[in-house]
Design a protein around this ligand. Structure first.
Ligand SMILES: *Cc1c(COP(=O)(O)O)cnc(C)c1O
Length: 485
């Protein structure tokens, strides 16, 4: 009886499995279907790239029709939807006309790497699961260590971006200095007015929202004033507070300034403070003629850089380097019985041991492939080109009568028009006019209490012709404002 039942149930299960197989196998397209899908997606991507030189930088149109229902659509219909509702709404971040915030990249070879990484899907979280993928990641980190003259013994991790990198670095700083419990409100962090908000955000997330934060005064080039930093630390020590961290920026988001790293490093060393450098935007300019500005970066205890900014990789790739291995392992290295096969000789061979992430996208490939394919030289030239374009843009704006912020260290700068009356209101209108025009995208900020328009030149697709287009647009918008009054 029981035997019969069992037999029956095997038959039943086989039938059920056959039924389900018909439906679930739709998830693996056939060879001919794969080819067709790849071709139409490739054609659509290629059309996007071909049009990118002339397509507008910004559209204020809002997307529609993206909700998920249980209906099937053709790939053609979905690509059309993607084009109009995703690619053509908001800022065109892949375009060279994106001169706002910090521009994005989108190297084609990097996109191919993402495709390959997704198809082969190696587990990049630990060495045991994919020694190849882990090694690609470790080699990318080795290269980054050499770029910033960090010792090979430092640990690194490839993250989704500067914010998560900052989180890892500042957690290491916290744990190295044992900043917890009643020590938190006595601990002091030194940063500048121009620090990126990801620093404060990270501090808040890691339970350090109540530390004392000192905003160190800046000089006329928006760089941290070393004398003010020194005085602030001494005053805090005299008061019985516990300084533990200095955050310097090499390439501020609003003003393109590089803090005096070597001098700050010396102060950090003197007082045994953790020295963190945020090089998310500007770090890779170390590969250019401005190398000298980065002197002292090699003294940092931790450093954050963003290949999805300065190396033109598509969004989703940041990196963190930390000299103190134990501090990083302290918070991120954890194991469990189901991980018992995944042992390695060196803990840091496992990317997951130095990161909050376990399973993750094999993101090392999206930098490894372009670096190995193109070599470093075109990256260097492209960054140098951005520096020259910044000078060119500034000169052209000056010819139009604009006032300019100080000569930036790197490729972010700001400007405003000296209208005779209602200067701020009219500059705000000018910004609105520029957004309504949309040919080139610029963003605004407040620097030293003044409303200013920013230009951030970092896309590999930004060329002299882009700047000419930006100048023509600004001139056009300026005329509209002047005519309105
Ligand atoms: C962009 C930026 C960050 C944050 O990096 P994400 O990659 O956007 O998370 C941090 N610091 C600076 C200076 C930046 O420009």
């Amino acid at each position: 009886m029981s035997l019969r039942n069992e037999k029956e149930s095997v038959v039943e299960l086989k039938e059920r499995l056959c039924e389900l197989d018909i439906l679930s196998s739709q998830l693996e397209p056939t060879a001919s279907s794969r080819l067709e899908l790849a071709q139409v997606v490739f054609q659509s991507a290629d059309k996007f790239i071909e049009a990118i030189k002339t397509s507008p930088g910004y559209s204020d149109k809002l997307p529609h029709g993206l909700a998920i229902d249980d209906k099937k659509s053709s790939i053609g219909a979905l690509l059309a939807l993607y084009r109009t509702e995703v690619s053509q709404t908001g800022i065109n971040c892949a375009s060279g006309t994106h001169l706002g915030y910090i521009p994005g990249g989108g190297l084609f070879v990097s996109a191919l790497a993402d495709f390959l990484a997704a198809v082969t899907n190696p587990f990049a979280g630990n060495f045991y699961a994919s020694p190849g993928a882990a090694t690609v990641e470790l080699e990318v980190l080795s290269w980054l260590k050499s770029v910033f003259s960090f010792p090979e013994s430092s640990v690194g991790n490839l993250t989704s971006g500067g914010s998560i990198s900052t989180l890892i670095a500042l957690t290491a700083a916290r744990d190295h200095h044992g900043v917890k419990n009643e020590r938190v409100t006595k601990a002091v962090v030194y940063l500048s007015e121009q620090v990126h908000h990801s620093t404060q955000k990270a501090l808040r997330i890691i339970g350090l929202g109540d530390v004392v934060m000192r905003k160190v005064a800046l000089d006329e080039h928006h760089r941290m004033q070393v004398s003010a930093l020194k005085a602030s630390i001494e005053a805090d020590l005299a008061q019985g507070l516990q300084p533990f961290l200095i955050v310097a920026t090499s390439g501020t988001t609003d003003t393109g300034a590089v803090d005096p790293l070597a001098e700050i490093a010396a102060i950090a060393k003197l007082h045994k403070l953790w020295f963190h450098v945020d090089a998310a935007y500007g770090g890779f300019f170390i590969l250019t003629s401005r190398k000298e500005l980065f002197r002292g970066i090699e003294e940092a205890d931790s450093l954050v850089c963003d290949p999805h900014k300065g190396l033109f990789i598509p969004y989703g790739l940041g990196a963190v380097l930390v000299k103190n291995k134990e501090a990083v392992l302290h918070s991120n290295n954890y194991t469990a019985s189901y991980m018992q096969d995944a042992v390695v000789e060196e803990l840091v061979q496992n990317p997951a041991n130095v990161s909050p992430e376990l399973s993750k996208h094999f993101r090392g490939l999206r930098l490894w492939l372009p670096l190995r394919f193109h070599g470093i030289e075109p990256f260097r030239a492209c960054l140098e080109e951005k520096l020259v374009l910044t000078k060119y843009f500034r000169l052209r704006l000056k010819e139009l009568g604009f006032k300019l912020g100080p000569e930036p260290d790197l490729s972010v700068s700001y400007f405003w028009y000296p209208f005779e009356a209602d200067e701020e209101a009219k500059n705000r209108q000018l910004m609105d006019e520029i957004h309504a025009d949309g040919d080139v995208f610029l963003s605004s900020s407040i620097v030293a209490g003044r409303f200013v328009i920013r230009m951030a030149i970092l896309s590999f697709r930004t060329k002299m012709s882009t700047i000419d287009r930006a100048v023509a647009m600004i001139e056009r918008c300026l005329r509209q404002i002047e005519e309105a009054f």
